[in-house]
Design a protein around this ligand. Sequence first.
Ligand code: ADP
Ligand code: MG
Length: 329
Amino acid sequence: MAVEEARDIDIVIFDKTGTLTRGEFGVVEEIVAENWTNERAMALTSAIEADSEHSIALALRNEADSRNLELPEVTDFKALKGRGVQAVADSRKVYVGGPRLLEMLEIRPTDAMMEFGERNEKSGRSVVYLILEEVAAAAYALADVVRPESKIAVRELQKMGIEVAMLTGDSRDVAESVAKELKIQQYFAEVLPQDKDTKVSDLQSEGLRVAMVGDGVNDAPALTRADVGIAIGSGTDVAVESADVVLVKNDPRDVVRVISLSKASYRKMVENLVWATGYNIIAIPLAAGLLAPFGILLSPAVGALLMSLSTVIVALNAQTLRRVNLGEV
Ligand code: ADP
Ligand code: MG
């Protein structure tokens, strides 16, 4: 059982977007190439993102909405997992995506855009580019916020002697900035969705017992691969299906609670076994007359009394678990 396995986890890997962060982006800065206006670039970007479920797409659509932009028509929408999206506008291929998209298309943005990207990523903002005919036409910096509960969860896990790592499809600079803020030493950046579960199995082959925490967006296979998969983030359907444990509130501190509860349940199980067998070890031989030569013999009545007493003790002992469950960690 997953909760039982959670007790001897060596490392907890958190997905970044939507798990350690809220996954609610806002557009905070933009830059467009020559011959482009902010309006035209944003309208095209939003149109390309129309069918994407990614939180970055939602932010870009909201931004275009709030500017009352009229969107051009696009067709042939396709999601490029972990990289961005592509579509066709005016019979031309258009893309919106992050660093792994630029790498795939072998595109180098202008110096001004590169500077824009580096500066924003260093301060933890995700940067995506609008690409038209092999050229970067615009770049957007999107800010997400780290959940305040994440910091507490990371610290508590580290105090328990459990390693904490972060996994993300986002750029190295963004990952470093978020990891620093949360005091996470180990992080893996620019990991494509299909490689997230490989990271989990790499750690498992080092002999570590791995818990993976994610929101199911691009990390469902990793949740399945982990010894304990924990879904967060109002549970996307995939996350609920792939995970062993679903946290109904979007609170990373509940990861600490699951592990503490599992350790406590195990302790109780051992204690209960001792109580229950203790009765048998001591009372049965007594009842059988083992100490009869020394004048000690358990009458059937006392034996029965002890028997129910041991059940009461086991029940009471299990009850104390409630305090662990409800208490703050
Ligand atoms: P994480 O691993 O942090 O949860 P994802 O794997 O969901 O992130 O996405 C990784 C990166 O892929 C994003 O940071 C972004 O650069 C790019 N990306 C994914 N989907 C989109 C999209 N719909 N529009 C633009 N960029 C996207
Ligand atoms: Mg994610």
